[in-house]
Design a binder for this molecule. Structure first.
Ligand code: ADE
Length: 418
């Protein structure tokens, strides 16, 4: 079996960590038990481009148990957990192409290696796999019946491909399922981003000004958690509705140029380019800490930070201190890549449980219904979303009420008013 990982001897450590994650993924476990027997993915070749974490290990093992032939590559050069990659290769014989800290060339070489499987299904996080397949490996397109996409940035890219008529097969937008973004994006990113900042810096958050750029589901989660740690949270936004929501949630909202002057910590989660740039670096306080938790490392304009600097050094792991020509220092965390996966371990397994349950059930749906779908981006079917919520509540031991007959009748009627 061909693979490219850091060190196969890390496998046993990885296995224990995967087991730890699995204990907290009851919904995925239930699905795994069922598909291990039913084998709905039998004969399917599936190329996955995902963050190589303990939770992803549970996902790809489930897909394999369901009958799929799976290969895994990293969806970000800094997010791979090398012990997990080793365990997948040694203990489950799933080929993995991922090394934490790989350079850009290796990152793409690994994507090509995953595509060498000649997939019928793609499972992507950020749409790099789909993008390479549509540009550099077009001859493989006729064999693909469908794909899934994990994240907001990927869904935006794929919708743009569909709008321009270049998307060649249907994609299920897993990100847009309620049981994905309401929990993973909000509580997962909220906790893991603050965790990443704390692990990288070991700084106290209480009493600081903590600037969050972007008030989507991820931004809301980060703001909520930073507030919980005692920070004075400032939000920057371009969307008036989200800005208004942030104000009513109790946060200060202002343009980045104003926030830049007062912030101690900055986190970007907008999905857009150069959100923190030269004009902002020029007014930041000495010692400001900047990082990103959006999918790509484009939200902070690192080339212009380099241009403004006379010196830079790695002052501790995941912290690069830039000394500007006027003597001020700005600290960039995790090379501007997803800080929650660079210096921490990504979202906790309990939320990935629902995200990855959506992935497996969407892959199963593609096998059943892929032939009927157009070359477009589709939502996760509502019944899958509801079923995952139901299973999660069950696993948490939480019961909910059911509508009475009278209530069902009332909701179906239009005649009854005051
Ligand atoms: N994205 C964010 N957190 C993750 C995790 N723990 N595993 C896989 N993908 C993720």
């Amino acid at each position: 079996m061909d693979y490219d990982i850091k060190d196969i001897n890390l496998a046993d450590k990885g296995r224990l960590r995967i087991e730890w994650a699995e204990q907290n993924m009851p919904v995925l476990r239930l699905i795994r038990e069922r598909i291990r027997k039913e084998k709905p993915l039998k004969g399917v070749r599936l190329s996955a481009c995902l963050h190589v974490t303990t939770e992803t290990a549970c996902l790809v093992q489930t897909l394999k148990d369901g009958g799929a032939d799976v290969v895994l590559c990293a969806s970000n050069p800094l997010s791979t957990q090398d012990d997990v990659a080793a365990s997948l290769v040694r203990h489950t014989e799933i080929p993995v192409f991922a090394i934490k800290g790989e350079d850009n060339d290796t990152y793409y070489k690994h994507i090509y290696a995953a595509l060498d499987l000649n997939p019928n299904i793609t499972m992507d996080d950020g749409a790099d796999l789909v993008s390479i397949l549509h540009s550099k490996r077009r001859h493989l397109l006729p064999n693909v019946i469908g794909g899934t996409e994990e994240t907001t940035t990927g869904v935006i890219r794929l919708k743009s491909m569909a709008d321009r008529g270049v998307l060649r097969y249907p994609i299920i937008a897993v990100n847009d399922a309620m049981t994905k973004h309401l929990f993973d994006n909000r509580y997962g990113t909220g906790q893991s981003t603050v965790d990443g900042i704390m692990r990288a810096t070991n700084r106290l958050i209480a009493g600081t000004v903590f600037v969050v750029a972007g008030y989507g589901w991820c931004g809301r989660g980060i703001a909520m958690r930073a507030k919980g740690f005692g920070a004075d949270v400032v939000i920057t936004e371009i969307n008036p509705l989200k800005a208004l929501e942030a104000v009513m949630d109790g946060f200060r909202v202002m343009p980045m140029l104003n926030a830049a002057k007062i912030g101690d910590f900055f986190v970007t989660v907008t999905g857009d380019i150069n959100v923190i740039r030269e004009e902002h670096f020029k007014v930041m306080k000495d010692g400001a800490i900047i990082c990103n938790s959006g999918h790509f490392n484009v939200e902070i304009d690192i080339p212009s930070l380099k241009k403004l600097s006379k010196k830079r050094r790695i002052i501790r792991e995941f912290v690069e201190e830039y000394t500007l020509k006027d003597g001020r220092c700005i600290n960039l965390l995790g090379e501007g890549r997803l800080i929650n996966l660079a210096s921490a371990e990504g979202h906790p397994s309990s939320v990935m449980d629902m995200s990855f349950a959506n992935q497996v059930l969407s892959a199963e749906y593609i096998v059943k219904k892929g032939g009927e779908l157009e070359k477009n981006v589709y939502p996760v079917p509502e019944d899958i979303d509801r079923e995952i919520a139901r299973l999660k509540l069950d696993a948490m031991g939480i019961k909910v009420d059911r509508l009475t007959k009278e209530q069902r009748k009332y909701l179906a009627s239009w005649e009854m008013g005051t």
